[in-house]
Design a protein around this ligand. Structure first.
Ligand code: GAP
Length: 487
């Protein structure tokens, strides 16, 4: 069994070996922090996205979805504060020229200390860092790095530059020749949220939405992460699933608590171990936030953020109203019990839920991946199984004729034709049945049916359950029902 420190590497290798994730442009040695999803990975990713989309739109009375463009008017990013504030403090090692995000450098040191048993020091350093980051105290942070003798992993020296802010947005030119005019610069969106804010009134009016209501969206976002590492945990091109919930001013505190609880319940609804989740309330708030917390998951690399819940006040709509000179207000004709009159016109407050699809993918993989020793006194045996929630599994049912003759493939193909329009099936007749089961375990297929000689006599097959490896004999007509009931 892989332990936690090498489980992460095992998951990365497994993702590549079974067609889940490949490094981007691998034949050219890859592009750092950019990844491609393969034939299994794209199915799993789509299933995660669909699960989120359904629970955040279809199963809600008052949340609708949109799909805004990646490119937006450049003023959007001025108004949103991203041009001025979407920065990370960085420090350079002057000997190796390697640039580090300050928080990552200090966190790396704390992790090392903790692994060496110096838990107290690790906690103290992290607590001091949080306070200093919250105050943008760069001199204090540099001193913290120096006082703790934190070295560059490449040069091994402590020859550090001053700490400076770096903007994380990618830019490009639109229309005209690159570099010609300043106003031709457009940004690749660093969050999908702004596409929702600028469409707030379009959706509210055309959908006749009544506050409180939400707008959801999934899509690509781009950040020039300086320290891009840890596989798909931190990417330069990634996908977000965000929802902005518009509420009456003064009610944002309750809604923030509501979404904090509801989003954690969503994660647990997939059957993951509750002990692997925790909240992390932010001390350092993003430039738009009044309250914020992360839902953290215990990845093999430790507890890390998977989703953020942010109380964004009326910051974004107010800014867009000011920069666009277009009114972004809502007329609330509900009666205010205090004044006895309608609440009237206001800019709504916003509570946001924002989850990274790729990070959720990694969560699902980390939780599902298991190496099992199945050996007995007589025989060594093992398997790698992905215990994926059935709703998310790329393939739901494998259909396997025991042998490639005697009419068994024909029966198996008929089962395949009967089931494939209801859920994703996979047909295979090559190799021993044991090897075929192992391959299905490795991609997380919850059910395998085997067609054998008895099938010809009584129209039954064996259905094998991935997690327990138990097999039962069922009528062919029952297969679809069994699989569908588990989704
Ligand atoms: N609209 C708010 C927002 O973007 P965020 O905390 O910066 O907030 C939200 O990002 C989520 O997006 C994170 O919780 C994480 O899951 C995901 N995310 C952010 N940066 C990422 C990156 N570089 N690679 C992969 N996922 C990322």
């Amino acid at each position: 069994m892989a332990n936690d420190s090498n489980k992460f590497q095992a998951i990365i290798s497994h993702c590549k070996e079974y067609g889940f994730i490949f490094p981007s442009s691998e034949i050219y040695d890859g592009l750092q922090a950019v990844y491609d999803y393969g034939q299994m990975g794209s199915e799993l990713k789509k299933n995660i996205k669909d699960y989120w989309w359904k629970s955040m739109t279809q199963l809600q009375d008052n949340i609708v979805g949109i799909d805004a463009a990646i490119f937006m008017h450049p003023t959007v990013w001025k108004a949103s504060g991203h041009i001025d504030n979407f920065n990370d403090p960085m420090i350079d090692n002057k000997d190796s020229n390697k640039r580090y995000r300050v928080d990552h450098l200090i966190e790396g040191f704390a992790e090392e200390q903790s692994a060496m048993g110096n838990e107290q020091l690790a906690n103290d350093v992290l607590a001091t860092m949080e306070v200093m980051l919250a105050k943008d105290d760069f001199a204090g942070l540099k001193k913290l790095i120096e006082d703790n003798n934190i070295k560059c992993a490449i040069s091994g020296t402590r020859n550090w530059s001053d700490i400076r802010q770096f903007n994380l947005m990618f830019s490009t030119q639109i229309g005209s020749v690159a570099g010609e005019e300043e106003n031709s610069i457009v940004y690749l969106r660093p969050e999908t949220a702004q596409g929702i804010f600028v469409n707030f009134l379009n959706v509210q009016k055309t959908g006749r939405m009544k506050i409180p209501f939400g707008i959801a969206q999934t899509g690509k976002a781009f950040r020039n992460e300086i320290v891009a590492r840890q596989f798909i945990f931190r990417m330069r091109e990634f996908e977000q699933m965000e929802m902005q919930f518009f509420v009456r001013p003064g009610t944002e505190g309750e809604w923030y608590q509501y979404w904090k609880k509801t989003r954690l319940e969503w994660h647990l609804s997939l059957g993951f171990d509750p002990a692997k989740f925790r909240y992390h309330d932010h001390l350092k708030l993003a430039h738009y936030a009044k309250e914020a917390c992360d839902i953290e998951f215990e990845f093999p690399i430790g507890f890390k953020e998977v989703e953020g819940i942010h109380s964004r006040t009326d910051f974004d709509l107010k800014q867009h109203q000011e920069f666009s000179k277009k009114k972004l207000q809502y007329f609330d004709n509900d009666i205010d019990p205090v004044t006895g009159k309608p609440f009237g016109n206001y800019i709504p407050y916003v509570v946001e839920t924002s989850i990274g699809l790729d990070r959720m993918f990694l969560l699902v993989m980390s939780s599902a991946y298991e190496e099992q020793d199945l050996g007995t006194a007589e025989r060594a045996d093992s398997r790698v199984v992905l215990k994926l929630p059935n709703q998310l599994a790329p393939v739901k049912l494998a259909i396997l004729p025991l042998v490639k003759k005697d009419g068994l493939p024909e029966i198996a193909k008929k089962i395949m034709d009967d089931c494939r329009s209801s859920f994703r099936c996979f047909y295979e007749e090559k190799d021993t049945i044991g090897k075929r089961y192992r391959r299905m375990d490795a991609i997380g297929t919850p059910f395998c049916v085997t067609v054998d000689q008895q099938t010809k006599e009584d129209n039954t097959v064996t259905i094998r359950h991935r997690d327990s490896m138990e097999q039962e004999r069922v009528g062919i007509e029952k297969i679809k029902e069994i699989v569908q009931a588990s989704l």
